[in-house]
Design a binder for this molecule. Structure first.
Ligand code: PPS
Length: 570
């Protein structure tokens, strides 16, 4: 395989400015779809050639081939389904043969999709083949089942304009912009470092070694689209990258941001990343330990072997069209005061390492982060974003049957937290929310889900801004509670408290007289009587209320918050 890149421009899907103007006017009349954040990332990379040779969202035949064996119907390699998932309601309006406008979240028309295919995917098969298991602990499998719409649309797209980014504009490059940059600089061998984490010393050592080994220039190419839920946000990460850029030789290293929505698909993702980097004009890519790994499955085991990504990449390297620079995990060897690949460390030497989890713990608790691990400039940025936990916002989410005691306990908790002071506290009680935020909603599954997601949205905003949100709805569905958890955990802790009062006891108390009416059939869809309640399997806390006073239950929650480091003793 040649490592001399062809740095000629790669085909894009945009039409010229005049046609774009005209198309945009025509598209105003078309049915239109508001792209989700993930689809927005995909559309950008489709249009700018990042996903070359794709010309649009996969058709059903291409999808089947990609899912089964990473092949498009043309026979070409493509490892990741790039699909336009839509709601059933929208799909019902669509017949293959029509054009639809694709809009960003402000309503700007970015592209036109000429729909050739519409189908209901077998999501279980997609999960098993693409992600290795139909296990909701995998973020992309959870996305597939609980976020993505039920119907896929496929067909070629015509690009009108790229999505607008207001942040870090100077650091974002399309494949053709990067190719032009490499041509201008005379760079011929360039190794990409894909990352979704801040750069610490181990990464710097790894990238130095990779560039040396490949005798290549280095492109630090972090993902700023979507990464794994719970990752450091991209604003902080980019500030971290910028803070250490001067530790790289300016003449040989470049930083560019990639607006990719990752799927955390390990081996397949590595192949995909390779193709995307090839499209950006790179000749080499670093694949380290557990590339794009999603963490543990629901059995507590790794989804993929840590080096499976390297194996798959190696197998398809010629077709991917760029060369892998593979690395074992880099670790710090104390006696030698330097980083080395784990498999090269002398026997008996002392290895020091700080895992991602340990790093987050130290940040959370305001503990020391040693200089051998990271750069003070990076740590400073991380501390700005992650103050110690007892200064961060968080959400306590009570769930339980009607009349279980959620409101009473949450009121007591609110007052106790206000007595402690420090952070603003907001109570989003079920009844209160239904009066102010959700007055038009009933109790169908659909309406309950809307209600809970509204609560989740408000709670996540409060958490983001450093406050305490206490929510107390019934929230009967596991998937919806999980969606709220994900919304909140982007910004702070989510503490699920199951108020586990039994149905019999709630009905015996019947404080509002609703159970009686429900039994008589006068209230329909009543939780526990004529509507389901899915008990939380792993709440942070389960409180019993039978034979226990409210004060004690609220104390248990406080103790849990203290144990989690969310409230201090001060
Ligand atoms: S949900 O499922 O989370 O959206 O419910 P929520 O917003 O917490 O609203 C629950 C309160 O509404 C009253 N109510 C009912 N509950 C359950 N099922 C039916 N059909 C129903 N109709 C009215 C009831 O007073 C609930 O209040 P709590 O505080 O839970 O007793």
């Amino acid at each position: 395989m040649s490592q001399q890149p062809n740095l000629a421009p790669i085909p894009e899907l945009y039409v010229n400015a005049d046609s774009a103007q005209k198309l945009k006017a025509d598209a105003g009349e078309m049915l239109s779809w508001d792209l989700t954040p993930r689809q927005l990332c995909d559309v950008e990379l489709l249009m700018n050639g990042g996903f070359y040779p794709l010309k649009g969202f996969l058709t059903e035949a291409d999808y089947d081939g990609v899912v089964e064996n990473m092949r498009l119907s043309s026979g070409g390699l493509w490892p990741m389904p790039i699909t336009l998932d839509v709601s059933q309601e929208f799909a019902d309006k669509i017949e293959p043969g029509i054009d639809i406008a694709l809009r960003d979240q402000e309503g700007v028309i970015l592209a036109i999709l000429s729909v050739t295919d519409k189908w209901v995917p077998n999501k279980k098969r997609e999960a098993e083949k693409v992600f290795g298991a139909d296990d909701l602990a995998h973020p992309a499998v959870n996305y597939l089942h609980n976020v993505a719409g039920p119907v896929y649309l496929g067909g070629p797209i015509t690009g009108i304009q790229p999505p607008t980014h207001y942040d870090f504009r100077a650091r974002r490059d399309t494949p053709n912009e990067l190719r032009a940059f490499f041509r201008k600089m005379g760079w011929r061998r360039i190794v990409a470092f894909q990352t979704r984490n801040p750069l610490h010393r181990a990464h710097q050592e790894l990238t130095f070694r990779a560039a040396r080994e490949a005798q290549a220039n280095l492109l630090i190419h972090p993902v700023v689209g979507m990464t794994k839920p719970g990752d450091v946000d991209h604003f902080t990460r980019v500030r971290c990258y910028e803070a250490v850029l001067d530790k790289y030789p300016a003449a040989t290293t470049h930083l560019s941001l990639l607006n990719l929505a990752m799927r955390m698909a390990g081996p397949r993702e590595a192949v995909w990343h390779g193709m995307i980097r090839r499209n950006h004009g790179l000749t080499h890519m670093i694949v380290g330990r557990d590339h794009a790994g999603p963490g543990k499955n629901s059995q507590g085991q790794d989804f993929y072997d840590p080096y499976a990504a390297q194996d798959l990449f190696r197998q398809y390297q010629d077709e991917i069209g760029i060369e892998m620079v593979d690395f074992k995990q880099m670790v710090y060897v104390q006696e030698r005061a330097q980083y080395e690949p784990r498999d090269e460390v002398e026997e008996g030497a002392t290895i020091l390492d700080i895992s991602g989890t340990e790093l987050r713990r130290r940040l959370r608790e305001g503990l020391e982060i040693p200089e051998w691990f990271s750069f003070p400039e990076v740590v400073k940025q991380l501390r700005r974003t992650s103050p110690p936990r007892d200064q961060q916002g968080f959400t306590v989410f009570f769930t339980g049957l009607s009349g279980s005691g959620k409101s009473t306990i949450s009121n007591a908790l609110m007052v106790k937290l206000m007595e402690m002071g420090g952070r603003p506290v907001t109570l989003l009680d079920g009844d209160v929310v239904r009066k102010h935020l959700s007055s038009e909603l009933g109790f169908s599954k659909e309406h309950r889900d809307i209600n809970i997601k509204r609560i989740g949205y408000v709670a996540s905003e409060i958490t983001k801004n450093g406050g305490i949100a206490i929510c107390a709805p019934i929230a009967p569905y596991t998937a919806t509670r999980r969606a709220v958890r994900e919304m909140v955990e982007q910004y702070g802790a989510f503490v699920e408290v199951h108020v586990a009062t039994s149905l019999e006891e709630c009905e015996r108390r019947d404080r509002k007289g609703l159970y009686k009416l429900a039994r008589e059939g006068k209230i329909k869809e009543f939780t526990g009587i004529s509507d389901p309640y899915e008990e939380p399997q792993n709440p942070e806390l389960r409180v019993q209320t039978e034979g226990v006073d409210v004060d004690y239950a609220a104390q248990q929650v406080l103790l849990k918050l203290e144990q989690m480091g969310l409230i201090g003793l001060s």
